[in-house]
Design a protein around this ligand. Structure first.
Ligand code: FMN
Ligand code: SF4
Length: 388
């Protein structure tokens, strides 16, 4: 069981903070390691499948303390390429998601669901919709070149009302399905991040212009979700603390954004960086950036808040995790690719078998969309061989 890993003398001696529990509201996270949200496309038109349960079950067996499932889409319309992603756009998705969360909780880990709207980031609009929607009609420079069907339009105020409502409904469904944490995806260039950044938000109404205005949409979503799901549920927001792009968001912007969102009801911050297309090399850090390249940015964000913070980005060992935690640069550590390459990374580290860990190559072959593929695979892990 995940919570028993702290019984290993090696874990207590070498990773005392990593294997200490973290409590947020009523949620006990048995250790500080998080599996971050990954769209793996093992679902079936929004629904949980046995294969998807298998993926997360292996992660739970490996001892990670908090598993973030998702991203799950909040609207019915599915853009091309996302047919295998999860959805939380309707009550019909709740029972199977609850089944998944029950399995994961039986291993002793805590569970979170990330909820998201693509915004302008897809190869083409969902069938029948005519265009992707975004704060402003600014095409994604990468995706718009890849597909002749790419179209984007500016959201009307009616769109803003509708999408806000869909986020609030989705947050309620996530809690009904048993998610202990609801994570709003406001990072990596997707819709909510698009509103925050002046590169993608050129609106002249109350949702654009000043940083306060650009934060308004997300702030309203959080506030209304909080009143819908009640005080006990944990609300996490995943941010891109820096766009790493000319004229984009910089960490200092969050000195303004964070208090606005905390007043609306945030409990936990998940600090990533970059966008999925233009600054992809930061978002899923390339090998050349080395180990934990964004810890200084996470530490900066931590100065702007008294709430707990999750760090992420090329953290490949519990040695690095322990050092980030002991430096008080973060409270929880998300490890994505290194846990996909070896789901037993946490357990093996607790047992003192670090030399047996299959080490992620940072080759980014798992970023299937970059390679024109339809689902996740890993070149190292035999459990996730490429399907032909
Ligand atoms: C296949 C894949 C899918 C991803 N899907 C999401 C997602 O749905 N939501 C999200 O916020 N980040 C997503 N990410 C980014 C990861 O959550 C994480 O930030 C990234 O893998 C960097 O962490 P790492 O260096 O530990 O792998 C994805 C990354 C990969 C490789
Ligand atoms: S495909 Fe490459 S980068 Fe992705 S998890 Fe496997 S080894 Fe790591």
């Amino acid at each position: 069981m995940t919570r028993d890993l702290a019984d290993y003398a090696h874990a207590r001696k070498n990773y005392p903070i990593t294997f200490s529990p973290f409590v947020i509201k009523n949620v006990v996270i048995p250790n500080r390691i998080v599996f971050p949200p990954w769209v793996i496309n093992f679902g079936d038109r929004g629904k949980v499948t046995d294969e998807l349960i298998g993926f997360y079950r292996r992660m739970a067996e490996g001892g990670t303390g908090l598993i973030t499932v998702g991203a799950a889409g909040i609207i019915d319309e599915i853009p091309p390429g996302y047919e295998g992603a999860l959805s939380i756009a309707h009550d019909k998705y709740i029972p199977a998601l609850r089944g998944l969360f029950d399995v994961l909780k039986s291993y002793g880990c805590a569970v979170s669901l990330q909820i998201a709207h693509n915004g302008r980031q897809a190869l083409a609009p969902p069938p029948g919709t005519g265009a992707l929607i975004a704060p402003s009609a600014i095409p994604d420079p990468v995706l718009s070149q890849l597909s002749p069907d790419y179209r984007v339009r500016e959201m009307t105020l009616d769109d803003i009302d509708r999408v806000r409502g869909r986020f609030v409904d989705a947050s309620y469904r996530a809690v009904q399905a048993g998610a202990q944490i609801v994570e709003f995806h406001a990072a990596h260039g997707y819709l909510l991040h698009g509103f925050l950044s002046s590169r993608t938000n050129r609106r002249s109404d109350r949702y654009g212009g000043s940083l306060e205005n650009r934060t308004r949409f997300l702030s309203e979503i959080i506030e209304q979700s909080r009143s819908r799901i009640g005080r006990d549920a944990v609300i996490c927001v995943r941010i891109s603390a820096s766009d790493f792009l000319e004229g984009g968001l910089v960490p200092e912007d969050y000195e303004t954004i964070i208090p606005l969102l905390e007043r609306a009801g945030v409990d936990l911050w998940h600090v990533s960086v970059g966008t999925q297309t233009e600054s992809f090399e930061r978002c899923t850090p390339v090998k050349e950036l080395g180990e934990a390249p964004h810890v200084d940015i996470v530490a900066r964000i931590k100065k702007y808040t008294s709430l707990p913070v999750i760090a992420v980005g090329s953290i490949s060992s519990l040695k690095t995790a322990e050092s980030i935690l002991s430096g008080n640069n973060a409270d929880l550590i998300a490890i994505g690719r290194s846990q996909v390459a070896d789901q037993d990374l946490v357990k093996k580290s607790a047992e003192g078998k670090e030399d047996k860990i299959r080490k992620c190559l940072r080759c980014n072959k798992c970023c299937f969309w970059l390679h024109g593929e339809s689902r996740m695979h890993c070149v190292l892990n035999p459990d996730y061989r490429k399907k032909r």
